[in-house]
Design a protein around this ligand. Structure first.
Ligand SMILES: [Zn+2]
Length: 406
């Protein structure tokens, strides 16, 4: 098995290539390795469904993770649970494939990977809900020794979960794990850019700075690989999950359902720039609801309605009766989010200007300067498995590794 390090640059998309600097890690990966600039994200374009697709090679319809959070009608956002745990994924992951091939995995803030039996070392991505103890929950959801060591050694780099400290911390833990543990697959999720976009806007100076910081973090990780005996030939892979676009108009779909007399039949849950509608009772009729919503959809910031059949065609998760997408500049709040003063967000559908994500790989035997054509996000995991030389038959996507190897 060929070793690999997988770095997720949350919220990086194709419009960001112009912000790269020649001495940055991603510029180097593009020069010395292969890149795809049009990895089409999943619908809805959210962090958790996308990251699950990135490591399963399956769309939300198969993985079972189609939103960040399970449907929790009436629960304020800060009280909601997320799909934190590995058990929420219904199919095999790359980590399972590595373990089955005799390898060891290290995950750092990788989504939907808490309590993962396939992770030898796990620094978990989990939030504490009001009343919960952060230290206790973090230790319960990850690998206690690895977490405690990371805190003692690098805790000074972060201040809670604020960025850019958290991503500096994650990159430092990752570089240290590479040097000391030499995992077969290391996966790290860097949230810095996503955070800057939400708070300051898609193309804000803060977002551009975050792109540059991510490039420096990639340099640090590449240096750790080059300087560690046994890791020099490892593949360095960079991916992303979605872009973002600016939003300024809140859309309240709960109010719309109430105004149309549909709130006893369906509950809305926002995905940012889209939403899902879940049936609340037996016999709730989605066709009738769509017929009522269609004439007034524009008044409520809806640009597109998706029937269940259309959701199926987009490989969406089971559960929602129908869905919708926001008009340009609109963010759905579903009446619950207390946190919607964001300047930019995501969660959009196919064809959106921020749908093109990143796949880049560098390492011995990888073609230099090769540009891959567009591919669906489900092709990423089987391609990584192909590059690592491990079987991964559960993936539904296509393995493109041969195109990238000399
Ligand atoms: Zn994300």
């Amino acid at each position: 098995m060929r070793k690999a390090v997988l770095v997720s640059l949350d919220a990086f998309f194709d419009a960001d290539f112009r912000f790269l600097s020649p001495e940055g890690g991603l510029s180097r990966m593009i020069r010395e390795g292969s890149v795809c600039r049009q990895v089409k994200t999943v619908f809805p374009a959210l962090t958790y469904p996308a990251h699950v697709t990135l490591i399963t090679g399956c769309d939300p319809a198969d993985s079972g993770v189609g939103q960040n959070q399970p449907f929790q009608l009436g629960t304020p956002n800060r009280h909601r649970v997320w799909f934190w745990e590995r058990k929420h994924i219904a199919v095999s992951t790359l980590f399972d494939a590595v373990k089955a091939a005799g390898g060891r995995n290290c995950t750092v803030l990788w989504p939907v990977c808490c309590k993962n039996p396939a992770a030898r070392w796990c620094f978990p991505e989990v939030h504490t809900l009001p009343g919960e103890n952060t230290v206790r929950k973090t230790l319960q959801y990850g690998t206690p020794g690895f977490i405690l060591f990371s805190e003692l050694r690098f805790g000074k780099l972060r201040s809670g979960i604020a960025e850019p400290g958290l991503s500096n911390y994650a990159a430092a833990i990752t570089a240290r794990a590479i040097r000391r543990k030499k995992p077969d697959l290391t996966a790290v999720h860097l949230i810095d850019l996503d955070e800057m976009r939400h708070h300051h806007g898609t193309f804000s100076p803060e977002a551009k700075e975050a792109v540059r910081r991510n490039e420096m973090r990639l340099n640090d990780i590449a240096r750790a690989l080059a300087e560690t005996p046994g890791m020099e030939d490892a593949l360095l892979i960079a991916v992303s999950d979605h872009g973002q676009s600016d939003v300024e108009i809140p859309g309240n779909l709960t109010e719309m359902l109430q105004a149309l007399g549909l709130d006893r039949d369906f509950g809305a849950q926002s995905n940012g720039e889209s939403a899902y509608f879940f049936p609340l009772r037996e016999g709730a009729d989605p066709e009738a609801a769509l017929a009522k919503i269609a004439p007034v959809m524009q008044d409520h910031g809806i640009s597109k309605l998706y029937s269940r059949r259309e959701l199926d065609a987009m490989h969406c998760v089971a559960g929602p009766a129908f869905g919708c997408e926001a008009a340009d500049g609109v963010v759905f709040t579903d009446g619950l989010d207390e946190n919607k003063r964001e300047k930019a967000t995501h969660g959009f559908g196919p064809g959106h200007k921020a749908e093109n994500c990143l796949f880049a790989v560098m390492g011995k035997g990888v073609k230099a300067g090769y540009e891959m054509p567009s591919m669906p996000m489900r092709d990423v995991a089987p391609t990584i498995a192909g590059l690592m030389g491990i079987p991964f038959p559960s993936a539904k996507g296509t393995d493109h590794s041969r195109e990238m190897l000399v």
